[in-house]
Design a protein around this ligand. Structure first.
Ligand SMILES: Cc1cc2nc3c(=O)[nH]c(=O)nc-3n(C[C@H](O)[C@H](O)[C@H](O)COP(=O)(O)OP(=O)(O)OC[C@H]3O[C@@H](n4cnc5c(N)ncnc54)[C@H](O)[C@@H]3O)c2cc1C
Length: 431
């Protein structure tokens, strides 16, 4: 069959490859002037490379681990410690957290495991768990914390994983993700860390190799505007061109699919699911320094703080030291409205580490919230989404198939984007 894939992010490149292996003739179309979508290793110049989007791999994400091993040879272990927690002016090594915080963490994990243990994937099959679907992760966290420090520490970590404020995250949807977390122990690799690895040399190099592995073309600068289905195929209409296929695969993020016109219109269940799908509000601000001053301060660059920067880590992917701030939720929206977020962020860093500005070279902000081809950082299940909508977001409509991280059980992750590619390749099947 002749198949058109729209979106050259990791799900699009992967599904294209799998479909070619199944004997199909595949063409990929991408709105941007580059491939990779929300995976983007970029450069401030002179070797100051960093990951602007997806960056970390968990220990037990088998699909992405296999791909990295295939294309890059090996994974790079992340330096996790020494890391800092700064709360109300008190600085702690994360290895020596407040005792109360450790107790809250244990209580929270215990409760989450007790609920997740009875769940099955995909999450929308858990009709008996309806009472959790309307609740938020925020309320569940509050129920399980007894100390102020514990609540702050856990919400800072969960907000980082979810990419948004916890009152926007549905409990059942989150528990669906937690099932993967529990399952990872069954794989028994002896590694259970979140954010355990990065891709050596940066993620984009891997995606370029994935593109080179394709027989078909990847056409950039092609913004999909209309999808017209007929008896004998599907027409994809872009701004300046149109092409007909036997089947098409759309890997666009949910809010981008909503901007496409479908003839005939998508069923109301699909439209509601696309609209209700939460997109996390996360941004990165990066600063290049002439030296990695944080090492002299006795930490590896990683910290969580209760100030406006939320979280920092060393983002260096080239030869120049880079510090990355990863800021999520309503706070992230505020940063995108500042005239000079790089200087404002440097000021905040200087409040914690007065020596930092002396080493500052330059920096920039990556605003995924307002990026026209993602309209958010990655998806999450909002309250009520898991049972009402999650089952409809990835279902095929006639000859049109839907992939992308938001259609997977590993919602939000690169692993999920790959999972969705495998599902769609199986849906279409071999020749
Ligand atoms: C700041 C940030 C940090 C993250 N951190 C991590 C992490 O540490 N670990 C992790 O696993 N995941 C992380 N993620 C999530 C991860 O990057 C995504 O889940 C994954 O890259 C999504 O891949 P995808 O192929 O589903 O979507 P995308 O990469 O978004 O691909 C979709 C493609 O469709 C294109 N497109 C959109 N509209 C149109 C149109 N109208 N016509 C044609 N093309 C169009 C887009 O340009 C894009 O290239 C992070 C994301 C962000 C933004």
């Amino acid at each position: 069959m002749k198949i058109g894939v729209v979106g050259a992010g990791i799900s699009g490149l992967r599904v294209a490859r799998l479909l070619e292996e199944q004997g199909h003739e595949v063409s990929v179309f991408e709105a941007r002037q580059r491939i990779g979508g929300r995976i983007y290793t970029t450069d401030l110049g002179s070797g100051a490379a960093y990951e602007a989007g997806g960056e970390w791999l968990d220990a037990d994400q088998p699909r992405i681990r296999d791909l990295v091993e295939k294309y890059c040879g090996h994974l790079e272990s992340a330096e996790q410690e020494p890391a800092l927690a700064i709360y109300k002016g008190e600085v702690r090594q994360t290895s020596e957290l407040w005792e109360e915080a450790a107790e809250d963490e244990e209580r929270f994990e215990h409760s989450a495991r007790a609920l997740a243990r009875d769940l099955v994937l995909p999450v929308w099959k858990n009709l008996g768990a309806a009472k959790y679907d309307g609740l938020t992760l925020d309320s569940f966290l509050k129920q399980n914390c007894e100390s102020e420090q514990g609540h702050w520490w856990l919400q800072a970590n969960l907000r980082s994983d979810e990419g948004d404020d916890l009152d926007r995250i549905g409990l059942l949807g989150w528990l669906g993700g937690y099932v993967h977390y529990i399952n990872r122990e069954n794989l028994n690799r002896g590694e259970s860390e979140m954010s355990a690895f990065r891709v050596p040399g940066g993620f984009s190099a891997m995606l370029e190799k994935m593109q080179l592995d394709l027989k078909g073309t990847v056409t950039l600068d092609s913004v999909l505007q209309r999808v017209v289905q007929a008896e004998d195929g599907v027409e994809l209409r872009f701004e300046n061109s149109a092409e007909r296929f036997d089947r098409v695969v759309l890997t666009l993020p949910p809010a981008c699919v909503e901007r496409v016109v479908f003839e005939p219109a998508l069923p109301v269940e699909k439209r509601c699911a696309l609209e209700a799908c939460g997109m996390s509000r996360a941004i990165k601000i990066v600063w290049r320094f002439s030296q990695a001053w944080w090492r002299d301060r006795g930490f590896c660059g990683r910290l969580h703080c209760d100030g406006p920067l939320h979280q920092l880590w060393e983002g260096t992917r080239g030869s120049e030291p880079i510090l990355t701030a990863y800021i999520c939720g309503g706070r992230a929206v505020e940063w995108t409205r500042l005239g000079d977020p790089v200087s404002a962020g440097l000021y905040e860093i200087a409040q914690l580490f007065p020596e930092a500005p002396a080493f500052f070279v330059d920096g920039e902000l990556h605003d995924w919230i307002n990026d026209p081809y993602s309209l958010g950082a990655f998806s999450h299940h909002a309250p009520g989404f898991a049972l009402e909508h999650a089952g409809n977001i990835g279902t095929p409509e006639g000859k049109v198939h839907f992939a992308g991280e938001h259609t997977a059980t590993w919602v939000g992750f690169i692993e999920g984007a790959l999972e969705s590619a495998e599902r769609v390749a199986a849906e279409i099947g071999a020749l």
